[in-house]
Design a protein around this ligand. Sequence first.
Ligand code: NCD
Length: 309
Amino acid sequence: MKQPKHLISPSDLSLAETDAILDLADSIIANPQKYAHCCNGKKLATLFYEPSTRTRLSFEAAMMELGGGVLGFSSADSSSAAKGETVADTVRTVQSFADIIAIRHPKEGSAQVAATNANVPVVNAGDGGHQHPTQTLTDLLTIRSLHKTHQLVGLTVGLCGDLMFGRTVHSLVRALMQRPGIKFVLISPGELRLPSYLIEELRRNNVPFEEVEQLDKVMGQLDVLYMTRVQRERFFNEEDYVRLRDSYILDAAKMKLAKEEMMVLHPLPRVNEIAAEVDKDPRAAYFKQVLYGKFVRMALIATLLEVEV
Ligand code: NCD
């Protein structure tokens, strides 16, 4: 039997495959009617063992807009996980009901476990502090759509906040480091620096990067500022979280230091790290980003299911 294609980390997709998904998303945005029935009769299962608003609902909306159906659970408590069932057994069960599975789990590596046990495509919708590849497809589509060049080349990208536990950052770094002319500015407190395995990957690939603690000092160089939430649920103690949670607050005064065409992205949810006053700045792109997330998931589902359009 043919092995299904999974998406566990951005590196599961070649540059050409990623670009094909982004191009398909553009085509869906331009002509949604053309795709409205391409998943008729297909079902997506969302297995969410961790809280989510955007990721789960955008996966479900995406499948519905392709003509398919959705089923699933949104907390471990409401599934057989509460009775001690393993991810492997849950996936072996759910594949009898669904054609594609999106899974979010607090444990790093659990999406890989799901994929190993599945005979339908599995998409990692976030595994602990590890990876979140569909957020990255969302981010890439947002940057490509809103940047004046409509290309993912030659950009200085600032990643700010919890670079240690932020899985969206880990996936975005992996995806962007393959592109020409990308420079990273890694802005975090010393304790929340990007994990060393990713620093090593950057070095091995000769990707320019700098690590800094102060946001104001680098604002003027950035083409993209990717703000992130301090990931409370991944901290070992509340004291450290409280000390670090307000390390960065992007406000109108800081936005004055930025380029006129810089865009601000955030995977959301935000807590305190972007002041509400920034929302009205035309460079604030985080709510547009949410909508791009639905379109790119439509493109991903259609691609993994290899449906005819
Ligand atoms: C992110 C996540 O779950 O990693 N949210 C999302 O999927 N849009 C970011 C976060 O929770 O901070």
